[in-house]
Design a protein around this ligand. Sequence first.
Ligand SMILES: Cc1cc2nc3c(=O)[nH]c(=O)nc-3n(C[C@H](O)[C@H](O)[C@H](O)COP(=O)(O)OP(=O)(O)OC[C@H]3O[C@@H](n4cnc5c(N)ncnc54)[C@H](O)[C@@H]3O)c2cc1C
Length: 430
Amino acid sequence: MAATVPQSAEHLVIGAGVHGLATAWHLAEAGEEVLVVDKDGVAAGASGIACGVIRNNYFQPAMQELMAACVEIWESDPEAFHYHGSGYIALGPAAQEEELSEVFERQQRIGYDSELYTGEAEVAAHMQEMFGDWRAEGLTVCLHERVGGFAFNHESMHGLADKARAAGARIAEGVEVTGFDSDGSGAVTAVQTSSGPVEVEQVVIAVGPWIASLWKLLDLPAHIDVHHPDGSVERDKPMWTYWYLQEGEVALPPRTLSTDDGRESPVLHVDSHSPLRSDSGGLITDEPWGIYVKPDRDSVQGGAAPLPVGPEFEVDPYPTGSVDPGFPDQWCAALSHCMSRFEGCREHYVQVRSGGAGAFTADNFPVFDRMRDNVYVAADSNHGYKMIAVGREIARELQGEHSTLLAPFRFERFATGDLHPVSQSPYPWS
Ligand SMILES: Cc1cc2nc3c(=O)[nH]c(=O)nc-3n(C[C@H](O)[C@H](O)[C@H](O)COP(=O)(O)OP(=O)(O)OC[C@H]3O[C@@H](n4cnc5c(N)ncnc54)[C@H](O)[C@@H]3O)c2cc1C
């Protein structure tokens, strides 16, 4: 039976992922009438497949401030959000010392609870205090965030949906948006859906990796000029580029990763320049490598370097559960490189429903902005499972307030050159 939708809505939110649901929750709490539509269902997109890492470690001050606000929301109801505040640790080689030190200093300024360890011996001692079998070499900087951690993707999104519904929002699943009707000023008057048209006052677009198709329906540019702070201009850059995030699991109990005193492990993110070998000694890579790992529901889960895909990518059906053939060897070798408890873990590797694609903007940072008078776009450039506070800020903006947290993520930055500083990391996620 086709899903039904009302003929009109004050606020129509497209997408039942973290941003759509959080926006709906806060709008409804403020007494607004909200309808969320999703072509599939709650958590059907990237928010339902995300590894669930919640960290503050970003080189960009605006990202750090936003992430700090997000952690406060995660911490406000750990049970409903299935949030585990076990913390987050970033470890790196000498090349990362300066940037992680800057991140740490800003964390101290904004009151974010963290510690910095530098020098190989000090870093190893800190890690061995938690994990007696820690044995990774060549790591000379460690940023230990005492807050943040991880949450379980599906469960947390259903917790968020429950909050939105309890506040009065309606969520219509199985309703696909197919077009927009506009008036002479460009404002959207009605949204065309697979269940018929809905007249609207405000629209919020929060469709994760599907953003390119709705962007096109709004006649927004597929290519843009990107102005840099030094005055240089990159002409005609694709607005959207896809990366594929590789993730997998070892079917070992989540407690395998526990600290020696029995606590849940912080999320571990290791970047290294040390040669990586398999347990039998074969060289896996002598290039720099990076991984992250965390406890999952019944296993140990994590990922590694994303694969660049390019400006074109088929997101339907949403691809998940595949990795580069070398990924399992590399990820398992990296776990064993760090802790002897993971020796032999390669035989426990399983390729489950994990990994997936993300749509990145022209500068790899989010665009949170009104792209038409009554159309707000939340395009998080694949940074955003952790960004649960964005919806609260969008709701405030829709009610006429100004959000200082979202201001640095306006679309106009590409024209004004107010871009975010870029880290040395080869990946678009830091
Ligand atoms: C493998 C992977 C791991 C990740 N790990 C992390 C992590 O550890 N930490 C982190 O912070 N971030 C992580 N991310 C990024 C994060 O998942 C995304 O940035 C975030 O979930 C995007 O949320 P969203 O609400 O914008 O979109 P989504 O969660 O993708 O939701 C969009 C929804 O829109 C619906 N939709 C699409 N088109 C239409 C349409 N035309 N009509 C109606 N509905 C439509 C979809 O069905 C979907 O449910 C990861 C991403 C991937 C792919």
